[in-house]
Design a protein around this ligand. Structure first.
Ligand SMILES: [Zn+2]
Length: 104
């Protein structure tokens, strides 16, 4: 039985679903002669921001993987929204079946 449904093997080998969001930070490195010193050509680092055990964490991403990871976070969000909608519909089905007139 195939169990590797969560991995997109055809392209990048990255997971299909990733919880979190991709964030970009821009900063100066502090070297006076660097291109970033004028405050315009700042250094960018892109990371996956996610929470684990109640703490927020950052995982730096290679530049060429950012788009794929962002797409995986969007797939996760869409699937979670669908799951929540299905669960909500389940509540409404139960309320319709058991709720009316059986409140106490
Ligand atoms: Zn710099």
């Amino acid at each position: 039985m195939e169990v590797q449904v969560m991995v997109d093997r055809e392209s990048t080998g990255l997971p299909r679903l990733v919880r979190g969001s991709v964030v970009t930070h821009r900063r100066r490195c502090g070297k006076p002669n660097c291109r970033c010193a004028d405050g315009e050509a700042l250094h960018e680092t892109t990371a996956l921001s996610y929470s684990e055990g109640g703490r927020s964490r950052l995982l730096r991403l290679p530049a060429d993987q950012v788009a794929a990871v962002r797409a995986a976070t969007e797939r996760y969000r869409e699937r979670r929204q669908r799951l929540e909608a299905d669960g909500q519909a389940g509540i409404q089905t139960l309320v319709a079946r058991f709720g009316a007139g059986s409140g106490r």
